[in-house]
Design a protein around this ligand. Structure first.
Ligand SMILES: [Zn+2]
Ligand SMILES: [Zn+2]
Ligand SMILES: [Zn+2]
Length: 330
């Protein structure tokens, strides 16, 4: 048995002498205390409990964070992979059908020479082929031939031209969509028009308070009706082709309506970023947004843009009207 004695060397008056005794019994037991009655217990300190608690929660938090990041990464990669796979499949599908169409049309089954059809152009179009010929008759022959020989493989759709529209100027008050066809046929027997050949579309009143009527007709009826005078009620009315271009009230561009507009508000008078009512520009400062756009895309073939987009002589408007004329079955 060994013993160690620690005793304070200097004692204040009245202070009890204390010491600590550590006894080692066979190296396995230790006991400490001071004279006679108290024992010193080794309890974990408050600081170490706090330390371990913080450490535990930190590790827990980091683990959860790591797992979450891992889950999201896996999810993101899966979505990305599926998207790429889907797009690749779609692209391959389109490519496959385009090649198939070309192969069938060009080399194997159809010969435009045999069926007497002149093909103006052949273009790839969204997984199909667009074929242009000189006339509707030729395209109908070609369509029938494709249906007969490759109906199982190919589907045809004939893009038909618009029916011509005719404007009848200065019609009487009592003429409306319900009676205009009958009135034209009855009062103009020399035209030899059949019932059903005129489809009334609408009537409108001009700023000069003239009432005009617009009707849709076939190619033959158009030739009979236009550029002449017809009798309606007590009046003799002039007729003309009715060709218009749709112009957006918001962006002043052609071929879409205001509710379909995705453009910025553009003034039709000065091409500024405001609407027509707010325009304060001088007529000499008018600029056409459509002709400016055309000039940006065609720097070598510029046209004058010093006019408003409402100008009837606007080169851009004339181009649109010409295109609409070509898309009409005259
Ligand atoms: Zn627009
Ligand atoms: Zn303006
Ligand atoms: Zn213009």
């Amino acid at each position: 048995m060994t013993g160690q004695l620690h005793a304070p060397l200097d004692l204040s008056p009245g202070e009890e002498p204390r010491f600590s005794l550590n006894r080692r019994l066979n190296g396995s037991q230790s006991q400490s205390g001071h004279f006679g009655e108290e024992k010193n217990l080794h309890l974990p300190g408050f600081k170490s409990i706090l330390y371990y608690t913080i450490l535990y929660y930190t590790i827990l938090y980091c683990t959860i964070l790591y797992c979450t990041i891992l889950c999201y990464t896996i999810l993101y990669c899966t979505i990305l992979y599926c998207t790429i796979l889907y797009n690749t499949a779609l692209y391959c599908n389109i490519l496959y059908y385009t090649i198939l169409y070309y192969t069938i049309l060009y080399y194997t089954i159809l010969n435009p020479g045999e069926i007497k059809v002149g093909v103006n152009s052949l273009k790839s179009l969204h997984g199909g082929v667009l074929i242009e010929t000189n006339s509707i008759e030729e395209i109908e022959v070609l369509g029938k031939e494709i249906q007969t020989k490759c109906g199982g493989e190919l589907e045809t759709h004939i893009h038909r031209l618009r029916k011509p529209r005719v404007i009848i100027l200065n019609v009487p008050e009592d003429i409306n969509a319900d009676n205009i066809e009958e009135a034209i046929i009855r009062q103009n027997p020399d035209l030899n028009l059949m019932k059903g050949s005129i489809v009334p579309k609408f009537t409108y009143v001009t700023k000069r308070m003239h009432r005009n009527a617009v009707v849709e007709v076939g190619s033959e009826t158009r030739k009979t009706l236009t550029h002449r005078k017809i009798k309606l009620g007590w009046q003799i009315c002039r007729t003309d082709d009715y060709i218009t271009a749709t112009r957006c009230f918001n962006c002043s561009k052609f071929n879409h309506r205001t509710i379909e507009c995705r453009g910025e508000v553009t003034c039709p008078l000065c091409a500024g970023p405001h609407n027509l009512k707010e325009c304060k520009s001088d007529p000499t400062a008018h600029k056409c947004t459509n002709c400016e756009t055309y000039n940006r895309h065609n720097p070598t073939k510029k046209v004058s843009a010093n006019h408003s987009a409402l100008d009837k002589g606007c080169p851009s408007l004339q181009t649109i009207l010409e295109r609409n004329r070509l898309n009409t079955e005259y």
